[in-house]
Design a protein around this ligand. Structure first.
Ligand code: UD1
Ligand code: CA
Length: 455
């Protein structure tokens, strides 16, 4: 198949060092299971078919991956007999004459599409196998790359390496790109005649070399090859991912005052000319249009923000919060599943849930939409140019018409027609000179208590 590419993604490992009931490859980096990063990158590098090798008892892994990539296929490795054995479980696809076959690791999520594209380029230029390699001061545990005159002769695993080979610092990053015409044949030729009695994928190098084929290395930065085996490495990879994305965001026109304190999700979209203050966290599904200001200590998830809107400091936007152009949500406000109209303002200390607020409305401090009766959620519909006085409880279901006023401190339980004033509280009264009476009564009580307890 002309220009076609198959990727086989190894994910059958148990990941016991994560000490988790969640399979290793489902632990998240930037909110996406680590294997999802590998799948997404493969797609970006124009991989046509993606097959993930999973272990037995992999229902959770399959379900999670299907949500990320509905076209992904699976092969099952019953027993862990080595990386070549794992790849061969996908032989149904290996036999299908793809032009290129990539082998990726589900627990190495920082691989870039540029590297995959370069490796595929090298295949087009005549290589039959391209192996991703990296330099390290501490090569212990990695397969060592034996290179001579630009050709990769073999990869020697730690347990099989001589002292001389152990001194080599150029190591196998675990990612390979095969010419599709040789992949299946060479993988089948691999035996398990080694220190671990495993079928080593890395043996493909020596076999192809001995067949007179061209095998080359593609050197990348070590961080691209970082694998995750425990939660310390998970945090390291998360940190590198965040650094990369912060840089991309800034280069794409987003101002980050303190980049190292802003956390993005894998799917965060922010248009140019937005400004993000320190300590802002993005959960999944956030889209921000241009010229938006997000002030310090805000947390956003599943929110859509229109042009020129202003958020924070200390704002929480929850899923399906939608701010239209120029809307403003200020400090200590929470918004969930609500549309905030153009130029509308919720400046302080409010909870707005299951509501729609028309353009130009002003929601006073301490306003709460009482959306939940203990069983069902109800909607609050606030029209345009409505003024809601401070500390109002709006008991849903409720409709407040355009231009209405709500008296502060109200508990509003009935619809308020357009243009009306809604008041839902007892009337204020003054009792003249009553303060002195209260003070007199308090003084008498205090004197009596002192008499009754002399010591
Ligand atoms: C492998 C390479 C080594 C390289 C290193 C980079 C081989 C023989 N060695 O070593 O040269 O430097 O990666 O990290 O390939 N897996 C399966 N089924 C198996 C065995 C492994 O799915 O039967 C999966 C694992 O889950 C993992 C990946 O393959 O995702 C690599 O396996 P791992 O055991 O980590 O290989 P290493 O010994 O680290
Ligand atoms: Ca490994």
């Amino acid at each position: 198949m002309q220009n076609s590419c198959l990727a086989i993604i190894l994910a059958a490992g148990e990941g016991t060092r994560m000490k988790s009931s969640t399979p290793k490859v489902l632990h998240r980096v930037a909110g996406l299971p680590m294997v999802g990063h590998v799948i997404e990158t493969a797609k970006e590098a124009d991989v046509d078919k993606r097959v993930v090798v999973v272990g037995v008892d992999s229902r959770r892994v399959k379900t999670a991956i299907a949500e990320i990539d509905s076209e992904c296929e699976f092969s099952i490795q019953q027993q862990q007999q080595g990386t070549a054995h794992a790849v061969l479980t996908a032989d149904t696809w290996l036999k299908q004459n793809f032009e290129h076959v990539l082998v990726l690791n589900g627990d190495v999520p920082l691989i870039t599409k540029e590297s995959l594209s370069t490796m595929r380029q090298k295949l087009r230029q005549g290589a039959d196998l391209v192996v991703m390699g990296f330099e390290t001061d501490n090569p212990y545990g990695y397969g060592r790359m034996l290179v001579e005159n630009g050709q990769l002769l073999a990869i020697r695993e730690q347990k099989d390496a001589s002292d001389e080979e152990k001194a080599i610092t150029f190591c196998n990053g675990g990612v390979m790109a095969f010419n599709g015409r040789v992949a299946h044949e060479v993988l089948q030729a691999i035996d398990n005649n080694n220190a671990q009695s495993e079928y080593y994928l890395t043996d493909a190098v020596e076999l192809l070399h001995n067949m007179g084929k061209s095998v080359v290395a593609h050197k990348v930065d070590k961080e691209e090859t970082l694998g995750i085996n425990n939660r310390v490495q998970l945090a390291e990879v998360e940190n590198i991912w965040q650094q990369r994305r912060r840089k991309e965001m800034m280069l794409a026109g987003v101002t980050l005052a303190a980049p190292e304190t802003v956390y993005f999700c894998h799917d965060t979209e922010i248009a140019p000319d937005c400004t993000i203050e320190p300590n802002v966290v993005f959960g999944s599904g956030v889209k921000v249009a241009g010229n938006v200001s997000i002030r310090a200590f805000s947390h956003l998830e599943g929110a859509t923000i229109g042009k020129g809107a202003a958020i924070g400091p200390f704002t929480r936007l929850r899923p399906e919060a939608e701010l239209l152009e120029g809307a403003k949500v200020g400090n200590f406000c929470e918004v969930k599943k609500s549309v905030i109209g153009q130029g509308a303002k919720i400046n302080h200390l409010s909870y707005i849930g299951d509501a729609s607020i028309g353009a130009g409305s002003n929601i006073g401090a301490g306003t709460i939409t009482c959306n939940y009766d203990g069983i069902n959620k109800h909607h609050t519909d606030i029209g345009k140019n409505v003024f809601v006085g401070t500390n109002s409880s709006l008991v849903a279901p409720l409709v407040i018409g355009d231009g209405a006023y709500i008296a502060s401190g109200s508990v509003i339980t009935k619809d308020v027609p357009a243009g009306a004033l809604g008041i839902g509280r007892s009337k204020h009264v003054n009792k003249d000179d009553y303060a002195a009476k209260i003070r007199g009564r308090n003084a008498a009580t205090k004197a009596r208590r002192t008499r009754e307890k002399p010591d």
